[in-house]
Design a protein around this ligand. Sequence first.
Ligand code: GLN
Length: 244
Amino acid sequence: MTAHSRLAPAAATLVVGVLALQGGFAEHVSLVRKAAEQIAAAGGARVEAVEVRTAAALARCDALIIPGGESTTISLVAAQSGLLEPLREFVKVLKKPTWGTCAGLILLSEQANATKQGGQELIGGLGVRVHRNHFGRQIESFEAGLELPFLGDGARFPGVFIRAPVVEEVLEASEPKGGVSVLAKLPGRVDKMRPGVSQASTKDGSGDIIAVGQGNVLGMSFHPELTTDSRIHVWWLREILRLR
Ligand code: GLN
């Protein structure tokens, strides 16, 4: 390490891991790289994307993305690879920035409903209970133009929902303590766009919760990694760099 890097840690490369056990990890890596180019072009810090399959690779990371896929498979492979405990430590003890999309949101929740028989191991970190496969089966997948207020640009985001979970309850009194912020809801009108999807909005019409944040943890029901839109990746990376 040079004297310069010791004096100026904020200028160091931000290493962003993508959990690469199953699911859409390659797509996230591409979008992190695209976002990194945009940030660098604007004079921001260097961001490097790496695939994470081992505890050693995880230990190098400053932040982590858990992709969409199949949460039961991801947690099974993580357990077999000795990664479950290091992941829990990364998220809940070291409190490094971690973002889960779809299956990743399920894994980062403290509780999940409609799990396979015998339940499934979760990483936790978000004090919420999710409902898996909330909108039904693969064939009931849909896309919706989402209003994501945190992006702050007023333009809709292409939300891809594939056997997506929703946050059915914020666990106010549960660990970890600290408020869960609801970052986005699905508009109630989605059920008009997709008559086959009977539960696309909550009974009070306010819409299902599809994005939440709590401290270092961020979870989203949909798949930004299956689009070419890097705005959420840029936003998340900039938040991390800002707080560093
Ligand atoms: N419902 C899936 C699960 O339980 C997640 C679906 C997805 O990531 N597209 O893991």
